[in-house]
Design a protein around this ligand. Structure first.
Ligand code: PMP
Length: 404
């Protein structure tokens, strides 16, 4: 069960007015708010143990290194990875995907194929396009239907021995669709393709089990799971992380450097060049601990309640159309109102204290599919309430009256 009053007390930012109205924060898919334990852990790091990691013999450096590695273990346990060295600290999902796509440049050749889905965020499209440009591989798209779900039968037909990588998101940021990734992974593995899962939108709502899924890579961002910005993690199966070359060169990632030849550090350091976001890395573990204390089952069932409540209320508005109507959805609602530009609604509801996102949500191909410039997206977290949904729906109705 969610104790909503207790949870909201953990998020000081929620308790304020914006434009003279109580803030209703429904832009959680863009970034989540931070609980006090996270904010305080950042402060504590800089007040008490700030030092560079993995280098110094001095006490602070060891304390910081220990805290950083404890967080790596927390992430390992959270994702159920087999080894902690399969967890690479990154700057976020985008960085993780680029790291993998860059690595595959050493393994692909002309005639190979890389598959992404029509439902991807640009950060799970563009790195693969860059890879294809470098290698002569071909980008193949897994198609979607009008409900915003992937066409799995088509996907199966598109698979062949030429496919070397399949990159799909676990949950779509633009529509909220939860993709059947276990099935996708199984099918892709039958032709020997590696599978990268973009978990940016899934990790705030569920606890992925990378061994059970059997994915080869799983990338996510700290800031979407109530952690800091500028940090994230990439899970990679040991065999793949050993096969891929380093992404960036520099300090930390080497075993020995001479001008003739450099040898690389073992995993995970081979992929962690330079001084990382140390505080961010440590506090990412704090954020996951916080979410686990609330419990992902509680989070998921409460958010589903919010999703159903909001969907039902929004659909009572005349001319309102929801995009992403599949059965399996996270707490994201993308919609438009006939004859009104999404941006105009977003601007008016902001004046009424409601924060939603408008636009293409970094998923232009989805907008092209529906032939729309963008949508209004409301995305709910476990600290939101039905009362806030009432305020939001009323704000949308007011905007509709003003703009019609
Ligand atoms: N993939 C998806 C599905 C996302 O929603 C996002 C963030 N909006 C990203 C990737 C990129 O994440 P980041 O900007 O944190 O690297």
């Amino acid at each position: 069960m969610i104790d909503i009053q207790k949870i909201r007390a953990d998020f000081p930012i929620l308790n304020q007015t914006v434009n003279g109205k109580p803030l209703v924060y429904f832009d959680n898919a863009a970034t989540a708010q931070k609980p006090l334990v996270v904010i305080e852990a950042i402060e504590k790091y800089y007040k008490e143990i700030n030092a560079n990691i993995h280098r110094g013999v001095h006490t602070l450096s060891q304390l910081a290194t220990d805290a950083y590695e404890v967080s790596r273990n927390t992430i390992q346990k959270h994702l159920n990875a087999k080894h902690s060295y399969e967890i690479i600290f990154t700057a976020g999902t985008t960085f993780g995907i680029n790291l993998v796509a860059n690595g595959f440049a050493a393994l692909l050749k002309e005639g190979d194929e890389v598959m992404v889905s029509h439902l991807e965020h640009h950060s799970n499209i563009v790195p693969w396009q860059l890879l294809c440009e470098r290698t002569g591989a071909k980008l193949v798209v897994i198609t979607m239907n009008d409900e915003g779900e992937l066409n799995l039968d088509e996907f199966e037909k598109q698979l062949s021995d030429n496919v070397k990588v399949v990159a799909v998101n676990h949950i779509s940021n633009a529509l909220g669709t939860v993709n059947p990734i276990k099935e996708i992974i199984e099918k892709a593995h039958k032709v020997g393709a590696a599978v990268l899962i973009d978990g940016a939108q899934a990790t705030p709502h569920l606890k992925p089990d990378v061994q059970e899924l059997d994915c080869d890579f799983y990338a996510f961002s700290g800031h979407k799971v109530c952690g800091p910005t500028g940090v994230g993690a990439l899970y990679g199966k040991e065999e793949w992380l050993r096969k891929l070359p380093p992404y960036q060169g520099g300090g930390e990632m080497i075993a020995e450097v001479t001008f003739e030849k450099t040898t690389y550090a073992d995993l995970p350091h081979k992929f962690e060049a330079g001084t990382p976001n140390i505080a961010g890395g440590i506090v990412l573990g704090t954020a996951l601990d916080y979410l686990n204390t609330i419990g992902f089952e509680n989070i998921a069932s409460y958010e589903q309640e919010l999703l159903e409540y909001a969907t039902e209320k929004l659909l009572q508005i005349e001319g309102l159309k929801i995009y992403g109507t599949g059965k399996n959805k996270a707490s994201v609602i993308s919609f438009n109102i006939e004859g009104i530009h999404p941006y105009d609604i977003g601007t008016i509801v902001d004046k009424l204290g409601v924060a939603v996102r408008t636009g293409h949500h970094c998923a232009q191909p989805i907008m092209q599919y529906f032939n729309i410039p963008g949508t209004i997206r409301a995305s709910f977290a476990f600290y939101n309430t039905k009362e806030e949904i009432d305020i939001f729906v009323e704000a949308v109705q007011k905007a509709q009256v003003m703009l019609s």
